[in-house]
Design a protein around this ligand. Structure first.
Ligand SMILES: [Zn+2]
Length: 167
């Protein structure tokens, strides 16, 4: 089932999400629905707060053919190295893209849908996405990863879209 994606302005996006403690059928259903919602959008990553669920999990697939599915539950970024600068978007900021600096490589540990722990080493777009989505779980949004001047310009664009009824 496709879920509704909340947009910037909804307070849930700026809250720290709660750890997932129950690995049950309801969690598996949420994950399946999040993948469906993300692919439909379309996007490469989606965090639970973006569908109105303040829990620490996100789904990701940066491939073009749905072949690199990841579910990260209670993720932690163990290490990062290098940096990359490139345009980034967010499903909670439709139509807004701007350059953000991120690590080039990250090592992330998390639990899967059954609660089993795993660690994965990610590069480039997957590293960018994993950091962006982990930020969501702390109520941290990508507009906080640019300078104040640029942030004001982006917020101005959003205000205009809200006024025009396009947000
Ligand atoms: Zn996002």
């Amino acid at each position: 089932m496709k879920l509704n994606i909340v947009k910037f302005g909804d307070p849930i996006l700026q809250q720290k999400a709660e750890p997932v403690t129950e690995f049950n059928a309801k969690l598996k259903e949420l994950v399946a629905n999040m993948f469906e919602t993300m692919y439909d959008a379309p996007g490469v990553g989606l965090a639970a707060p973006q569908v109105g669920v303040s829990k620490r999990l996100f789904v990701m697939d940066c491939s073009k053919d749905h072949s690199r599915q990841f579910v990260f539950i209670n993720p932690e970024i163990l290490s990062n190295e290098g940096n990359q600068k490139g345009d980034e978007g967010c499903l909670s900021f439709p139509g807004i893209y701007f350059a953000v600096e991120r690590p080039l490589r990250v090592v992330v540990s998390a639990q899967d849908v059954d609660g089993k722990k795993f660690t994965v080493d990610l590069m480039e777009l997957e590293a960018r996405c994993a950091v962006h989505e982990t930020d969501h779980l702390d109520g941290e949004l990508f507009i906080n990863r640019v300078g104040p001047l640029k942030r004001d310009i982006i917020k101005g664009r959003i205000k205009k879209m809200i006024k025009a009824g396009k947000w």
